[in-house]
Ligand binder design. Structure first.
Ligand SMILES: *[C@@H]1O[C@H](CO)[C@@H](O)[C@H](O)[C@H]1NC(C)=O
Ligand SMILES: *[C@@H]1O[C@H](CO)[C@@H](O)[C@H](O)[C@H]1NC(C)=O
Ligand SMILES: *[C@@H]1O[C@H](CO)[C@@H](O)[C@H](O)[C@H]1NC(C)=O
Ligand SMILES: *[C@@H]1O[C@H](CO)[C@@H](O)[C@H](O)[C@H]1NC(C)=O
Ligand SMILES: *[C@@H]1O[C@H](CO)[C@@H](O)[C@H](O)[C@H]1NC(C)=O
Length: 465
């Protein structure tokens, strides 16, 4: 996955609290997906078809569950029904989620807003948080006939695993789920390759490659938290930020949907617009100006009190063993120390020492409670430098400068960073460890945060743009 690849595939849109520019998005996605499928369709139907088929439209729905069942694109809005549901706070990226805790309680998108998935590819994604993994728990459904083969779509938890069914034409996932943890789940049907694929937290969990009969539903409502096939069952837990599209997303897109936290290109005219999947636009900016960037435009921190804040970075646990990556281009105008990545819970992770040496540091919790620091090369005034750090329990904590590793600390089983939804700050910090509180002076560009440890080659790709 190269940085260039990220740019081509990432839909430039938002999620959480805002309406979407639907035409713009639809256009982008159509361009991205139509070309390849058509080629495949032609090769599949090796008959006498010589006419050009018109490109089929890609339909999209996005439900952010901000106190309602509305589709942000406007075509597939649902309404709540029953007595055992509510909207709760906070979702994985803030806001509210849809909470179901009893039978016959759901959000229903009426059959009059029929989303046609018949004989075509689709991708359904959502964030889920379970209170039980015991029963058949319907996350999402659309059903024409409960007794017919392939006419009832149900995406559920069965035997504590994700399960995707067209009815008698199904796929069970492999990983056993736990209660009380957020998961990103994705269910893909690829009509061209005849595959059902289930992803858990951005990673393929199960695949079935002989789905000779596609989903054949022709009508019916869509439901969250309920399925007509399992009408006495209910989903006991939370659902947030669900989306459905009539195309098969690639594994790279699903990985980003699940594990890319934010990405700022800092390009005009919206330098503080998060171009990642979660719409985490910068919430506070102080003494920042536009500047020329390493790629396109950047922002410049003009005083020692300059900073940018992003809310909300999801809690990694307290202490945490979760993987992460931060990466940024920096262009110092003077050497002054400074923070490239600071959790306002009190943990500067990436920055410069007083003398301008790059540093990645982590407050280890286990095996011993101690600050650990990796020092890299010195930055040079008016020169772009790429700085990144990654953490995973298997590969340790690594500082990269210009795509080259400057050391890895292994043996860290847990660390402290943030324990709940938290603000991330660029610029100033609190001075813990070797990264002083002083504000960084200069420009920053191409800031990425991931909930996974990027590989050395992926970091090199980000440092090679
Ligand atoms: C292409 O489609 C047009 C209109 O549907 C039809 O008149 C024509 O015969 C078709 N050509 C071929 C080669 O199938
Ligand atoms: C909404 O429905 C209209 C009419 O069918 C369609 O043209 C448009 O592409 C749909 N929008 C999305 C985002 O699916
Ligand atoms: C389809 O594949 C699954 C495993 O992916 C296998 O269990 C099943 O027997 C296969 N069915 C046919 C008809 O080949
Ligand atoms: C779908 O249409 C068929 C035929 O009109 C009808 O029998 C069936 O009840 C419909 N199903 C739903 C879920 O509306
Ligand atoms: C983020 O900023 C862009 C550009 O100003 C705006 O269009 C979009 O609605 C914002 N998104 C959120 C989630 O605030």
């Amino acid at each position: 996955m190269s940085a260039k690849h990220f740019k081509l595939t990432r839909p430039e849109w938002m999620t959480k609290n805002v309406l979407i520019g639907g035409g713009f998005i639809a256009g982008l996605v159509v361009i991205a997906v139509i070309v390849i499928p058509i080629a495949v369709i032609f090769s599949k139907k090796s008959s006498t078809v010589t006419n050009t088929t018109t490109a089929t439209s890609v339909f999209l729905a996005y439900w952010n569950f901000e106190n309602n069942g509305n589709d942000l694109y406007g075509n597939y809005s649902g309404t709540t029904s029953g007595s055992s549901w509510q909207f709760g706070t906070s979702g994985f990226y803030g806001g509210t989620y849809f909470y179901v805790y009893g039978t016959n309680s759901y959000i229903q998108v009426p059959a009059s807003s029929y989303f046609n998935l018949n004989s075509q590819s689709f991708t359904f994604e959502a964030w889920i948080y379970l209170h039980t993994v015991a029963n058949d728990a319907p996350i999402f459904s659309q059903c024409t006939c409960t007794t017919c083969t392939s006419q009832c779509l149900f995406l559920i938890i069965r035997n504590s695993k994700l399960y995707m069914g067209f009815n008698f034409n199904d796929l069970s996932a492999v990983t056993t789920l736990s209660t009380s943890t957020w998961y990103h789940v994705a269910f893909v049907y690829n009509y061209q390759t005849s595959q059902q694929i289930i992803y858990l937290n951005g990673v393929q969990d199960a695949i079935r490659s002989n789905v000779t009969t596609p989903y054949l539903g022709t009508n019916g409502s869509m439901y969250f938290g309920y399925s007509p096939l399992l009408s006495s069952n209910y989903y006991y837990g939370w659902i947030d930020n669900a989306q459905l599209t009539s195309r098969a997303k690639s594994s790279a897109e699903i990985s980003d949907d699940a594990l890319l936290v934010f990405y700022y290109s800092f390009d005009q005219p919206n330098p503080y617009y998060d171009k990642g999947p979660n719409g985490l636009n910068a919430t506070t900016t102080n003494n920042l100006v536009p500047a020329s960037g390493h790629v396109g435009q950047a922002i410049r921190l003009t005083s020692s009190s300059s900073y940018m804040q992003i809310y909300c970075f999801p809690g990694v646990n307290w202490p945490s063993s979760r993987s992460l990556t931060f990466a940024i281009w920096v262009y110092p105008s003077s050497i002054n120390g400074g923070n490239f990545l600071y959790s306002t819970q009190g943990y500067p992770m990436l920055g410069l020492t007083y003398s301008g040496q790059t540093a990645a540091q982590i407050l280890q919790s286990s095996p011993a409670n101690v600050w650990l620091t990796i020092f890299g090369s010195f930055v040079v005034v008016n020169t772009w430098t790429h700085v990144a750090c990654t953490f995973s329990t298997t590969n340790g904590f690594t500082l990269y400068v210009n795509g080259v590793s400057h050391g890895t600390l292994t043996g860290i089983s847990t660390y402290y960073f943030n324990y709940n939804l938290q603000t991330i700050q660029i610029g100033t910090g609190n001075g813990n460890g070797f990264i002083p509180s002083y504000g960084f002076q200069g420009s920053v560009d191409e800031l990425y945060a991931y909930r996974r440890a990027l590989s050395a080659s992926e970091i090199l790709a980000l440092a090679s743009v």
